[in-house]
Design a protein around this ligand. Sequence first.
Ligand code: PMV
Length: 335
Amino acid sequence: MKITVSAPGKVTLFGEHAVVYGKPALVSAIDRRLYVCMEERNDSCVKVSALDLEITGLVLTFKEGFKEYVVETDCDRIVEAMGYVRKAIEITSKHLDRKKGVNVSITSEMPVGAGLGTSAAIAVSTVAAYAKLAGHELKLEEIASLAHATELEVQGAASPMDTTISTFGGTIYLKPGKPKPHLENLNLEKALPIVVGHTEREARTGEILKRVRALRKACPRAVDSAMKTIGAIVEEAKPALVKGDFAALGMLMNMNHGQLEALGVSTRLLNDMVYSARSAGALGSKLTGAGGGGCVIALCPGKVKEVSVAMKVVGGMPFEASLSGCGVRIESMEP
Ligand code: PMV
């Protein structure tokens, strides 16, 4: 049997990082998806291929007489992506008490490891595909929870935000909590005109989370105060988001970016994109995701073209993103 499952990427509209410390967040699925195709094998091996995921940089060293060569690539991100597949399969097979060999291939409509929740989309799609191949129909809550356990194991720390939004889709207000997070599905009165700007990432999510943890250890009151402010920004942004009050949302995005900058997770290039977007007419802009490079979002009603050009000029790669209601789904199944 062969199955293809897809799950969406996301933009964190408000609240990244603080959500790891129990504060609420507002997050939306986007219309860019990641696909996991899984096929049963006759043995117990797991083979993962991700041939279309971008790999930056290639160094080829020819050895004496050009008879042999060594290829070096900056493939850490790809290896990391594979790590989520491996862990998701391990955790799901333990949960179902079923073990199967599978061939897995991953394709993505968005940059991987760039702050758009691709690791969560990989975990979610892998859990759903593996369970289906093993003959089980998991509830969405179960998929989200197994995918979150996967992220926790691979990264060491993770809020349930990315795996929740990738599973359910839509726009969600989420507050972490035990035994499960508090979720509110929000119906937006107006579509959000958003441009996403992408840059290479200097560090991965797990490393950035470690840096924030270290900063909190060094200056707990200051960091906790920034987290609390981010929580307050999220609460104020929630009604503005539902009503489509773009002016208020823009101001709050700018404030949220300021707090993330204070936590040390922005970079020169992210800031360049954030500020050039505002100069080009965006009502608000902020980094989205863990930071350390990756992506920014800009709210730009009537200024999508201008903001995209401004981001390009400073070295970013912009694309227009629509928010999407659709979470994890089966794309195809062959016997
Ligand atoms: O950059 P991403 O897509 O991995 O997003 C991370 C979001 C954080 O809030 C920084 C971490 C988390 O687990 O919520």
